[in-house]
Design a protein. Structure first.
Length: 223
């Protein structure tokens, strides 16, 4: 009886080992079959990535490692007002009867910043006079410190080029220059200098009051 049980146990062990090796062999065979397909899929994905890079290349910007510092000077500017201006500028080349062949037109949306205030370096001791409890300040006139485009917000809205010619590489540059001038012009026409002067006087009035000169008047005849 014991011999029969031992014989049955040995048979079960042999069958279990056989099943294990059969399963391992099937798994290895599946890996051998599926591996070429995986390699093909990886190759296709790599090719698609390369084609996508060719069709949509990422620009490479390489700054010159050499920097030239042309001028260094200290600033004593009191910035009292900032304008944010938006202008739409149109630039055209080759307008006329055959503009559909040779024309080049650009519609540019310009966002710019204009900052104005007082250059306090121009305020000298002779420009301040204290008499009879009144401080008279001969304040320098307001001026524009910065008038520039915001390149992050400015963009080309539309570009139409003739059927024959190529886009003019200088047109956008010229449009940007005009846009900067127009932004400054718009701020000046809106009275940025006058408002900058008023803001400066309001700020300096509080400043001189804190210093112990509550009676302060401003004049603007420095010439």
């Amino acid at each position: 009886m014991k011999n029969n049980n031992l014989f049955s146990l040995l048979i079960l062990i042999v069958i279990g080992v056989g099943i294990y090796f059969i399963v391992q062999t099937i798994q290895q065979a599946q890996q051998v079959v599926t591996e070429p397909f995986n390699q093909v899929n990886q190759a296709n994905q790599s090719l698609q990535t390369q084609v996508s890079h060719l069709l949509n290349p990422t620009p490479t910007i390489i700054p010159d490692p050499i920097t030239y510092i042309n001028e260094i000077r200290s600033l004593s500017r009191l910035e009292t007002i900032k304008y944010s201006v938006e202008k739409v500028i149109t630039g055209e080349l080759g307008t006329g009867t055959f503009d559909f062949l040779f024309g080049d037109k650009i519609l540019f949306v310009a966002h710019g910043t204009v900052i104005a205030g007082i250059d306090m370096a121009k305020l000298q001791p002779e420009h301040l006079r204290f008499e009879n409890g009144v401080l008279t300040v001969n304040l320098p006139p307001a001026e524009v410190f910065i008038a520039t485009l915001n390149n992050e917000k400015s963009y080309v809205y539309q570009r139409d080029t003739g059927l024959i010619n190529q886009p003019d590489i200088n047109l956008e540059t010229q449009v940007r220059q005009v846009a900067e001038q127009e932004i400054l012009k718009a701020a000046l026409e809106d009275g940025i200098l006058e408002q900058a002067q008023l803001n400066a006087e309001a700020y300096l009035l509080k400043f001189f009051t804190a210093l112990g000169y509550p009676n302060t008047i401003f004049i603007d005849d420095q010439g």
